[in-house]
Design a protein around this ligand. Structure first.
Ligand code: IPD
Ligand code: CA
Ligand code: CA
Length: 265
């Protein structure tokens, strides 16, 4: 999985360089980025199919590929942080998880621009290269920095309302909130103690599967905000044990609203 992530990363790094040049062109880098995404996914698919014949796949671009081995499947996002990539911002990742017998078993999140490989395997811990990772030990919300994700143009109005409600519940009580634009890296950063926690709703399984293994193996808690299954709803919350329950209580109590003037054209 690490080899596959590195190979895809090499291809993305080359394409990212080109995207930086395309920013100023009239046509913009849109189609080019979508091709970069597909190229990276093809590389991962070929590498993993060869290394583990028969395993199934869930891939963002290709969808579900049934394998002859029903107990193992890879969950892959070849490029997480597409909008950053498109805008020439060096914060995007390759995310690969392995689900075994219905449980998340290993995860690799590769930050291509910073050349950081985060990886974890059930029972073997979470690692950044050869440094063992541990979630941050902070217990007070007031000292903590959290990552989240914001909805955008085209998302249902309820999603925007829910987001604003949750943001309003969090900003007055914590040290800071960040929106870096890659859910896979947000989770890797929780595992590395760089963020004290992360929440976001309506994500896809490929955004969070690898990162969830990282956080759990780094001693953190990962769950569904309302108590369901993260891979089904994509409503994820991750933090250390102490902060998890405080965040969960706040998010569940948050009341949806939209700030005045936000529907102005
Ligand atoms: C996106 C990123 C982003 C999150 C979005 C995802 P993509 O994945 O993870 O942080 O807020 O919801 O769709 O589209 O860049 O693969
Ligand atoms: Ca993604
Ligand atoms: Ca993607």
């Amino acid at each position: 999985m690490i080899n596959a992530a590195r190979s895809a990363g090499r291809s993305l790094a080359r394409d990212f360089h080109e995207v930086e040049n395309l920013q100023v062109s009239k046509k913009g880098p849109g189609d080019f980025v979508s091709n970069a995404d597909h190229r990276a996914e093809d590389i991962i698919f070929e590498a993993l199919s060869k290394a583990r014949p028969g395993y199934g796949f869930v891939m963002e671009e290709r969808g579900v590929v049934e394998g002859s081995d029903k107990t193992n499947r890879f969950i892959v996002d070849p490029l997480d942080g597409t909008l950053n990539f498109l805008h020439g911002q060096p914060h995007f990742a390759v995310s690969i998880a392995l689900e075994r017998e219905g449980q998340l078993f290993c995860g690799v999140v590769y930050d291509v621009a910073k050349n950081e490989i985060f990886w974890a395997e059930k029972g073997r811990g979470a690692w950044l290269e050869n440094r063992k990772l541990r979630v941050a030990a902070r217990r007070k919300l007031g000292e903590s920095v959290f990552a989240t994700g914001t909805p955008w143009l085209g998302k249902a109005e309820e999603h925007h309302q829910q987001f604003w409600g949750e943001l309003a519940a969090m900003t007055p009580v914590c040290a800071g909130i960040r929106r870096y634009g890659s859910a896979a890296l947000d989770l890797a950063y929780v595992a590395a103690g760089r963020f004290d926690g992360f929440w976001e709703r309506h994500l896809k399984s490929w955004d969070i599967a690898a990162g969830a293994v990282l956080v759990r193996e780094a001693g953190g808690v990962v769950g569904e905000i309302d108590g369901g299954d993260i891979l089904t709803t994509g409503n994820i919350l991750a933090a250390n044990d102490d902060l998890y329950s405080q965040l969960e209580a706040r998010l569940r109590k948050a009341k949806a609203f939209l700030p005045a003037g936000s529907d102005d054209a």
